[in-house]
Design a protein around this ligand. Structure first.
Ligand code: NDP
Length: 309
């Protein structure tokens, strides 16, 4: 079986690559230079030459709060084009099965109840701070359902919460919260006053999943694809206060002092249910946030400056 992973050079793609390196299946991990999903001719040509049997679509224009607020037009447009191209050519080249990556950002910011479950996608609008990205991913789900109904495909969506871990993007402007904080603590640890100011909501909570855990779940889904009966699954750890995340990271840089400045920082919480995940894979134990962050900081320090910054 030939499995095409788009976004193979990204956080999740790189973690999957580490695991399947000696696998008996043939895995393809093209970069955006080899397969530019914004260019339909490039996608057509790639599918024609490589003829994958299974697609894992991870590629996206992704970023943290700052990027989502500042680049709404590009976040919507590029994700819509990439998603449309991968779906269209997967179908054209008769790819029957695939996993398509959405996000818990597609869920409403003001849901009727918490925790949000898979079926609540359309029960309200996504949070204005990341609505462009959220809507683009909602349409990905919508189109997967259309392909499943109209062409009898099995295109399954996954909706991960905030991802962190090795191979993450540690860029100070475009990163997600944990990667950005680790990098900022690292920089502060190299200064003479070793002081950091962190702006976040004191009540802000998020769910996190380590990139290794997420990769292992995706690989398991590929191996057990015929057993899957859902069309979308939320992949989320438990809720954690951002200020607790800051404290865990600070313990890895114990000479750095920090001060929290309470600001409004997007949706206060967006708790999604992981019941379907637990029911589907009862033996899966997600890495707890404390151990996950310690491992990630160790990886960051070992690899710096050769990390994505
Ligand atoms: P990354 O930001 O780490 O990587 C993005 C990937 O997309 C890169 O491999 C990049 O390739 C590829 N890409 C970007 N533009 C194009 C293009 N025009 N053509 C082809 N490939 C392109 O992403 P993550 O691994 O963090 O995210 C994986 C998936 O998970 C995404 O769909 C994202 O929306 C979703 N997600 C992520 C969350 C997170 O917290 N990170 C949370 C929830 C969902 P290259 O480097 O070669 O340009």
């Amino acid at each position: 079986m030939k499995i095409l992973v788009t976004g193979g050079s990204g956080t999740i793609g790189s973690n999957i690559k580490d695991v399947v390196i000696n696998d008996d299946k043939q895995w393809l991990f093209p970069s955006s230079k080899q397969l530019d999903l914004l260019n339909s001719e490039s996608v057509d040509k790639y599918f024609d030459e490589n003829r994958p049997d299974f697609v894992i679509h991870l590629a996206a224009n992704v970023g943290g709060l700052f990027k989502n607020l500042k680049h709404k037009v590009e976040m919507f447009r590029e994700n819509i084009i990439m998603n449309e191209n991968i779906l269209h050519y997967s179908n054209k080249y008769n790819v029957q099965d695939g996993i398509f990556c959405c996000s818990t950002c597609i869920y409403p910011y003001n849901p009727p109840s918490y925790p949000m479950t898979e079926d609540m996608i359309m029960e309200g609008v996504p949070h204005p701070s990341n609505d462009s990205y959220g809507y683009s991913k909602r349409f990905l789900y919508f189109q997967c359902i259309n392909y499943n109904k109209q062409y009898n495909r099995k295109y399954i969506c996954i909706s991960p919460c905030n991802i962190y871990g090795k191979y993450d993007n540690y860029n100070l402007e475009n990163s997600h919260v944990i990667a950005g904080l680790i990098h900022r603590f690292y920089i502060a640890s190299k200064t003479s006053d070793k002081m950091l100011e962190i702006k976040t909501g004191l009540n802000s909570q998020r769910q996190f999943i380590n990139a290794i855990d997420l990769s292992l779940i995706i690989i398991r889904m590929v191996y057990n694809f015929s057993d899957i009966t859902f069309d979308n699954i939320i992949l989320a750890g438990d809720d954690v206060y951002i200020i607790d995340v800051v404290e865990i990271i600070s313990k890895c840089f114990n000479d750095v002092k920090y001060k929290i400045i309470d600001v409004e920082s997007g949706q206060v919480k967006k708790t999604c249910s992981n019941k379907l995940l637990k029911d589907t894979f009862p033996d899966i134990k997600l890495l707890n946030i404390n151990d996950g962050i310690i491992d990630t900081v160790e990886w960051f320090l070992k690899n710096y400056p050769n990390v994505r910054i």
